[in-house]
Design a protein around this ligand. Structure first.
Ligand code: HPA
Ligand code: ZN
Length: 340
């Protein structure tokens, strides 16, 4: 029953790496189109490689997969395929990450990646009514100097880029390494988010708040290890963009029953459910809702709360946030009436 509620419930996705939506079929098709040689010949071989023993193991494959993205239309096709799926999952707003350094490092221009993503997002708004924001991530395994290069490019495209983020391998790459580039980005008017507490400790979440001045924390699972931090996140209503299937596939948790999402909700945190890199982790946003619903025995009210949270935690203006929350409530009421 609750699965049916999840299906078309209006929701926003706030933690999604567009490069992580590259399905094996598209990877092979783009490799052919662009004459790129991959170490795989079939979809089955690619899927068989998706057995990760941690974040870095995944990232190695994720960066290798990107090698097929060369032309602007590749980025367009990638983003469009994602939006088509979202239009069928009740998603009405997306805030997606892209990793320009993963492209410029291989000779693909910043504008090529950005252009393809933006034209697809605009088409998504026209054809599906899906609104969007774009978040540019810095790769934390690379020096801050290179993050500045990405920021300088982003400054030429402020109308299309809303916020900066921080992703890639967390262990040993703390927030403090990016203090200056975050300060510069905020001074240029970008909002800030950062991956923190995915594999790294609660201290990285505290540092993301205190020294990067983020308005939202991506993942944040290990924040739950620090009761004072949990109280602070609840008091400040700092959103966490959690990604259950990602955590399971990257072995941050042993089983879905161990996922901290319900504990975080019970502690009063503004928690959201997202898919991270759905092609690599075995499910899009509704699969993530269903996985936590089953493993953590979430009630229909919990599901409705999570969907409302997704709008409350977004970068939409207040009026549009409220419209999203109202749409969730209307859908839930209609669903309850039909079930009677
Ligand atoms: N964590 C960190 N960096 C990433 C991820 C992730 O799950 N996906 C893509 N880049
Ligand atoms: Zn992520």
């Amino acid at each position: 029953m609750t699965d049916l509620l999840i299906d078309k419930l209006p929701k926003a996705e706030l933690h999604l790496h567009i490069e992580g939506t590259l399905e094996p079929e598209m990877m092979l098709a783009l490799a052919k189109r662009n004459n790129v040689t991959l170490p795989y010949d079939t979809v089955e071989e690619i899927r068989a490689a998706y057995d990760f023993d941690g974040l870095q193991d995944f990232l190695d494959l994720y960066y290798a997969g990107m090698s097929v993205l060369i032309e602007e239309r590749d980025f367009h096709d990638l983003t469009w395929a994602y939006l088509e799926k979202m239009a069928n999952q009740g998603v009405t707003h997306v805030e997606i990450f892209f990793d320009p350094q993963g492209h410029t490092d291989r000779g693909v221009a910043f504008e090529t990646a950005l252009g393809g993503i933006v034209t697809a997002l605009e088409q998504g708004q026209r054809e599906f009514g899906i609104t969007s924001r774009l978040i540019m991530c810095f790769l934390r395994h690379l020096p801050e100097e290179q993050a500045f290069d990405a920021l300088h490019s982003a400054c030429r495209h402020k109308e299309h880029i809303h916020a900066v983020g921080l992703d890639s391998g967390e262990a040993g790459n703390p927030p403090e390494n990016f203090v200056r580039v975050y300060a510069a980005a905020r001074a240029e008017g970008f909002l800030a988010v950062a991956h923190a507490g995915e594999e790294g400790p609660a201290q990285y979440v505290t540092d993301a708040l205190d020294i990067l001045c983020v308005s939202r924390v991506d993942h944040g699972n290990h924040a739950l290890d620090d009761p004072a931090l949990v109280a602070r996140l609840a008091r400040q209503k700092t959103p966490l963009t959690m990604c259950p299937l990602s955590n399971l596939r990257l072995r941050g948790i042993a089983t879905m029953e161990d996922h901290p999402l319900k504990r975080a909700m019970d502690a009063g945190l503004l928690v959201t459910v997202n898919s991270d890199d759905p092609s690599y982790f075995g499910g899009y946003i509704n699969d993530n809702y269903r996985a936590v619903k089953d493993a953590l025995s979430l009630s229909p009210d919990d599901i409705v709360t999570l969907a409302k949270n997704s709008f409350a935690a977004s970068f939409l203006p207040d009026k549009e946030k409220q419209a999203g929350i109202d749409a969730v409530a209307r859908h839930a009421d209609g669903f309850a009436r039909d079930a009677d």
